[in-house]
Design a protein around this ligand. Structure first.
Ligand code: SF4
Ligand code: SF4
Ligand code: FES
Length: 209
């Protein structure tokens, strides 16, 4: 009976994550995950909760968060919206790198933090309309694994599409120079996003890590 309940709860993870050994269903690959927890309404500071033995192979970070929510801790707060890499709502930090959780493959060891630029609503959910006090792109510059963004000014026609499409405000309009510029590269969600480079009709942007 217990096995049947477990099987139905994990249905979205089968059959890729359940193997068979000696007639018993087992998890061949399991992850250790630490998740940032903070509720500004009740907590004076944040902490990390550890979740062990989490299925992760061939799953996105967002699917892993959904698994934790459904099977380990229903109080965990995170954003799950389009799940297609379009809305930017699932932006989180995985092992120090800002990414889109729905597009980024889960890893065996992960520390998950909220995006550093925005105020935390609860846990990994942030308010994209409010900057976190004290945030500056410079304070994160030079960190290992941060994204490289290249803008080819010879191709760019300064249409500003990239400013409007970026979910975390990497681009801005320079009034004096009358052109777009990269204002906050440390916020960039990297190749898991690429909304600016995919939508730039002049192919003027490259996003790499
Ligand atoms: S979308 Fe492309 S062409 Fe338009 S401003 Fe951005 S980089 Fe330039
Ligand atoms: S890849 Fe482009 S659109 Fe996505 S976060 Fe980075 S700068 Fe913004
Ligand atoms: S949920 Fe929309 S981009 Fe990930």
């Amino acid at each position: 009976m217990l096995k049947e309940i477990l099987k139905s709860k994990l249905s979205r993870f089968t059959p890729r994550l359940l193997g068979v050994e000696g007639g018993l269903k087992v998890f061949p690959d399991l992850a250790s995950i630490k998740v940032y927890r903070f509720d500004p309404a009740t907590d004076s500071s944040h902490k990390y909760d550890a979740f062990e033995n989490i299925p992760y192979k061939d799953h996105s970070v967002l699917e892993v968060l959904q698994f934790i929510y459904e099977n380990r801790d229903p109080s965990l707060s995170f954003r799950r919206l389009c799940t297609k890499g379009f809305c930017g709502g699932c932006a989180v930090v995985v092992n120090g790198q800002p990414v889109l959780a729905c597009q980024y493959p889960a890893e065996k060891e992960m520390i998950l933090d909220p995006h550093p630029k925005f105020e935390v609503i609860r846990d990994l959910s942030v308010d994209f309309n409010r900057l976190r006090p004290g945030y500056s792109s410079d304070s994160r510059a030079g960190r290992k694994g941060l994204t490289m963004i290249h803008l080819d000014l010879k191709k760019c026609v300064h249409c500003r599409d990239c400013i409007f499409i970026c979910p975390v405000g990497v681009w801005q309009w320079n009034k004096e120079a009358k052109r777009v510029e990269i204002a906050d590269p440390a916020s960039c969600l990297g190749p898991s996003c690429r909304q600016c480079s995919d939508s730039c009709w002049k192919e003027a942007i490259q996003v790499t890590r």
